[in-house]
Every structure is written in C-alpha cells, then in structure tokens.
Design a protein around this ligand. Structure first.
Ligand SMILES: Nc1ncnc2c1ncn2[C@@H]1O[C@H](COP(=O)(O)OP(=O)(O)OP(=O)(O)O)[C@@H](O)[C@H]1O
Ligand SMILES: [Mg+2]
Length: 342
C-alpha cells in the first residue's frame, strides 16, 4: 500500500530487548559477501584485506589448537580493525564476515552498541554478547570520555569471554577521539582498546564515486514529480521539511532512528539549508548514515551537498564524519537521478 508519512510524526521507543533482536547487517549490505568484493588491482591492500578477513572469519569457532600451538595462537589479536577512507568497502567486508561466520553473531553500529549498553547496563550487555562467536561493529569511534571508558570495559570482557570482534572506522585505533575530547588524557584507555585489534588497512578511491554521476539536489518540481511517481508505484515515502526534521531529531535518540525509517522505501527532504549548529549537524549525519545503510531511495531539494556543513566543521574533530556524510549524500542523490532516468 502506498502512503506518504512525515518523519517528524515518528518517535519509536524500542527497548533494549527489542534492539537485541535486530542486530543484522542493514538492507544495503544484505547481499555483501567476500565473493562480491572485487579488489582493485591498483590497490593491493584491497586483495590483502579480503584474504585476511576470509582467513579470520574461517578460523572463528574452530576447535582450540593443540597445546603446543597455544602460545603462538594467543599472540594473534582476537579482533580486526578495518581502517580506510570513505567508500573503500570496509562495511562491505564487515557485513560479508557476518554473513559467512557461524552463529551466534551480531552486527551493529558503534552508536547502536553504545545505545544498547546504555539501555541494558554494562553487566547485562556483556552477558548478552558473551556467548557470541562474532561481533561486527561498524563505524567505531569515540565521541567522549564516558564512551571511551565504557568501550574499554565492554571490549575487555567480551574478548576475555572468547568473542571475536571486527570493527570498521575512518580513524586508526590509537587516534580515536582525537580533536573531540581530551583524548590525550586517556591514552592508556585508548591504547587498551587498540591493543585488542590488528589493523587491516584498505586504500583506494571512494567506490561510491562510480554511482555519483550528478549529485545536485532536485528542484521543487522534480520533488513533486518524484513523490507522485513513488506513491503511484506503491512505495511508502516520508516527506519532510529540512528545518523541522532537524529540530525533530533532537528528540529521537540516535539508536531509535533506524526504527523511525522502518517500512519506508523512500525518504524525501525539502529545502536543505546550511547548518549552523554542530549538535544538529551530527544528528543529521546520523540520519543520513541510517538512510544510506537501509538502502532507501533518497531525494532532497535545497542547497548543494557541499554547502550543508560550514568549512569550520570540516576542519574540526568530526571532519571525517562530515566527509563521509557528503560522500553518502552524493551517492544517494546520484542513485536517485539514475533511477529517475531508467
Ligand atoms: N571492492 C569492491 N567490490 C565490490 N563492491 C564494493 C567494493 N568496494 C566498495 N563496494 C561497494 O561500494 C559501496 C560503498 O562501500 P562501503 O559502504 O563498504 O564503504 P566504506 O569503506 O564502509 O565507506 P564509509 O567510510 O563511508 O563507511 C557499497 O555498496 C559496497 O558494497
Ligand atoms: Mg562503512
């Protein structure tokens, strides 16, 4: 059934227990497999990353090595950290590892993990994941001191319980938190987090640039036509005005945003405009992350993607988040343009 909704009317309240039942790769990565990751021969780190992740995933859940091998096995880090620029396929490899590993396993973003620990409390969260073979955490990052301390405790406990972990990030583990809080005062904690991981570096251009033929926002008339076409075709779309939506995001906890998008095929945002509040900008970035991961059609009118975030934000501690968001917005708008032509 087709319908038009407003995101500003949606305020989901999933409980911690609800959230635990949904920890699988999002729609965009539902079919990501090692076999569908095509390493770029110009960037040998891609083939090396693929081979390493296949090896790591295959070894998960294998019987413990005989005693004489144990010392050597103990030296291998229990976790992998996929590091690289935007759109190089980190999340693709993360989702592939999840799909190909044996259960019990979970896939979630770092923001969701932080939300779940907040909901359940540390003890219960550790318990919920301790019997897992694999925990996949997308977009690992440290925004503040509380998150840093929480991450130290959580990782230490689940890794001691034998859980293997794979994470992706745009920042190297020993540089987490840089420019966001007094990370220099927490080098010991950050080093403790980094010590669990072997870094798997992936170089290369933004794969999404291939889909980004034209990333300009749509005109008001084009948006009108898109909404008509979408709903006539039986799609469920949300249709919101940017300023109102940004204000609404303040009352929707980030961990509930994916649920707010549930049941939708398309998201329409009218009148994008330059943001002048860092808090609002980060909430909008999170919304776009969820829209992108969910594989929804996205159309927007208003200012150009390059004008959304002030230059000062792109020099600060969150610059990579904004860069990533621009890459995703451009890819989403490009995909929608291609779709309207076909
Ligand atoms: N080598 C590859 N072969 C096939 N598909 C790829 C490859 N690299 C990336 N992709 C595809 O390109 C898109 C972007 O990749 P992905 O989202 O995994 O990048 P990322 O490194 O996680 O980027 P970000 O830093 O923005 O999170 C995905 O749809 C992914 O499946
Ligand atoms: Mg990613």
């Amino acid at each position: 059934m087709s319908a038009v909704f407003r995101l500003v009317d949606r305020r989901p309240h999933l409980t911690g227990a609800d959230l635990l039942t949904r920890l699988v790769p999002p729609r965009r990565f539902a079919s990501a497999r090692f076999a569908t990751y095509l390493p770029d021969p110009a960037h040998p780190s891609q083939a090396a990353a693929l081979a390493e992740m296949e090896r790591f995933t295959a070894a998960i859940g294998e019987a413990p090595k005989p005693k004489r091998w144990r010392k050597q096995a103990a030296a291998a880090a229990p976790a992998r950290y996929l590091d690289g620029g935007y759109g190089v396929g980190k999340t693709h490899l993360l989702a592939a590892a999840w799909h190909e590993a044996r259960s019990p396993k979970s896939y979630l973003t770092f923001a969701e993990l932080a939300g779940i620990i907040g909901f359940l409390g540390m003890e219960s969260a550790i318990q919920a994941f301790s019997a897992h073979r694999l925990l996949c955490v997308d977009e690992f990052e440290l925004d503040d001191i509380a998150q840093t301390l929480m991450t130290v405790t959580f990782l230490r406990a689940v890794i001691a319980a034998g859980v293997k972990v794979v994470a992706t990030s745009n920042s190297l583990p020993d540089r987490l938190g840089e420019g966001r809080f007094a990370a220099d005062d927490f080098t010991r904690e950050i080093a403790a987090i980094a010590s669990h991981f072997d870094v798997v570096r992936i170089d290369g251009p933004d794969y999404r640039a291939k889909a980004r033929v034209e990333a300009d926002p749509f005109s008001a008339d084009e948006i009108e036509a898109m909404v008509q076409t979408l709903t006539a075709g039986g799609a469920s779309a949300s249709d919101d005005e940017f300023a109102e939506l940004v204000a609404h995001l303040r009352v929707v906890p980030p961990v509930q945003v994916a649920a707010a998008l549930e049941g939708l095929d398309a998201v329409v945002i009218r009148d994008l405009a330059p943001l002048d509040n860092q808090g609002a900008a980060l909430l909008f970035v999170h919304l776009i992350d969820e829209v992108y991961d969910s594989g929804l059609t996205f159309v927007a009118s208003g200012c150009a993607v390059a004008d959304l975030f002030p230059a000062a934000y792109r020099r600060g501690g969150y610059r990579k988040k904004y860069g990533r968001c621009e890459s995703r917005l451009a890819a989403l708008l490009g995909e929608a343009r291609i779709a309207t032509r076909s």
